[in-house]
Design a binder for this molecule. Structure first.
Ligand SMILES: [Zn+2]
Length: 236
């Protein structure tokens, strides 16, 4: 689908360093939600999204293009120098995109406060941000896994390989040679799913604070510590 720069997967760092004399600042994953209404309303009775890859691909393309405009034209993360992406398809033909963004030098996040303005790893306020609360609680919570669900793909030896639930943290901390440790305050906010599992800020997948609701792409976002950048997919 569209530009498929698969080779970038094997040489992200070298490629971006040599071409743009700069490291990526944002590593964004945009996944397709098979329950997007634009998909479900087009299905015939008894059909699932995976039965209609044509509809899924078209809807994802429209939302992906809109999200790219958010980044490159609306500058939701700041002025952009370059954007690279690759679109992949999962086993059930659901697409997802990995997007690397290099920001203008003046707009690169340099402090914990800069990162907090871009990335959130906490539950939104359901009273003041009900739409965002719905998106996060339906698509951006990790778990239950580990001892609570040993059969989940992320779980090995009863532990989550993605390190969820993450520890509470009062402030975002910059980490040398890696991703920041995002703020996850122990503020008592929680979400209980239909099975009674209690999610807190420890379970929230980092995401942009400036989600565009016209596209609602449910992206995951990780900011690079550009002082000492590296890639570590397990840190997503
Ligand atoms: Zn897990």
């Amino acid at each position: 689908m569209q530009v498929c720069l698969t080779f970038i997967q094997h040489s992200f760092t070298n490629l971006t360093t040599s071409l743009f004399t700069g490291k990526p600042d944002l590593f964004i994953t945009m996944t397709c939600n098979p329950y997007w209404p634009e998909i479900t309303r087009e299905l015939l009775p008894g059909q699932l999204a995976e039965d209609r890859p044509d509809i899924v691909a078209r809807v994802f393309k429209l939302k992906f293009d809109e999200f790219l405009k958010d980044i490159t034209e609306r500058h939701v993360f700041g002025r952009v120098q370059a954007v690279l992406w690759v679109i992949e398809f999962q086993k059930r033909q659901l697409p997802h995109a990995h997007i690397l963004t290099i920001l203008h030098p003046d707009d690169k996040p340099k402090t914990a406060q800069d990162i907090d303005r871009l990335v959130c790893a906490e539950l939104p306020d359901p009273e003041t941000e009900p739409d965002l609360f719905h998106i996060v609680t339906t698509t951006l919570l990790h778990g239950p896994c580990g001892v609570y669900n040993p059969n989940r793909a992320c779980t090995k030896d009863n532990k989550c390989t993605r390190k969820y639930p993450r520890p509470f943290r009062e402030e975002t901390t910059l980490v040398e040679d890696g991703y920041p440790a995002y703020r996850r305050r122990d503020d008592g906010r929680q979400f209980i799913n239909n099975n009674g599992f209690v999610f807190t800020n420890r379970h929230v997948v980092p995401h942009p604070k400036f989600v565009s609701f016209h596209s609602a792409p449910t992206p995951r976002l990780t900011v690079q510590n550009t002082a000492n950048p590296c890639f570590d997919s397990s840190a997503i």
